[in-house]
Design a protein around this ligand. Structure first.
Ligand code: CA
Length: 178
């Protein structure tokens, strides 16, 4: 999780990692159903951290959204989670998620509303002269290294969950390591 956006103490006893894709409807659903429970039960305390790693399973739009999130994280880390949530909120309802919705204009609009990034630099980071491409490649490497097969994939202290929506299992793994 080094260099990854992390909520809570990065040295916490328990590290929860989400491998997610902004284009993925299940990730949006996870963020709306499981994440709030995790946050209320554990992230507001001190012993559990939460990190997010980009997955690029949906092609060009996944790459674009990942570049945007890395640019925000680099320029204005304090606003990362706000941008992250707003980006998932912008994902259309599941029937339409395959339609193109991650565009440079949309990303700029969201970044303008939720962060204080330099929008010219932000736009540069979405194109060929991006300075954060390496960070997206690092995430892609971690996805391959950890054998991520689907999104979201949730890893708790190195253990990958079979079902990311099994909150009881999430609790069990966390409690066991606390
Ligand atoms: Ca990353």
């Amino acid at each position: 999780i080094e260099g990854q956006p992390t909520l809570g103490n990065p040295d916490a006893k328990v590290s929860v990692v989400e491998f997610g894709d902004y284009k993925c409807p299940s990730c949006k659903q996870w963020g709306e159903t499981i994440y709030p429970q995790l946050k209320a039960d554990y992230l507001d305390k001190e012993d559990v951290s939460f990190s997010y790693i980009n997955v690029l399973f949906h092609g060009q739009e996944s790459i674009l959204a990942s570049l945007a999130s890395e640019s925000v994280y680099e320029q204005d880390p304090e606003s990362f989670w706000k941008f992250h949530k707003a980006l998932y909120d912008a994902q259309p309802e599941s029937q339409q998620h395959d339609n193109a919705w991650v565009t440079v204009e949309k990303l700029k609009e969201i970044a303008g509303e939720t962060t204080s990034v330099d929008l010219a630099k932000f736009e540069q980071d979405l194109g060929e002269e991006s300075t954060v491409l390496e960070k997206v490649s690092t995430d892609d490497g971690l996805v391959k290294e950890n054998g991520v097969q689907f999104t979201p994939s949730i890893m708790i202290n190195g253990v990958m969950l079979e079902d990311p929506f099994d909150y009881e299992k999430i609790q069990e793994l966390i409690e066991q390591d606390l």
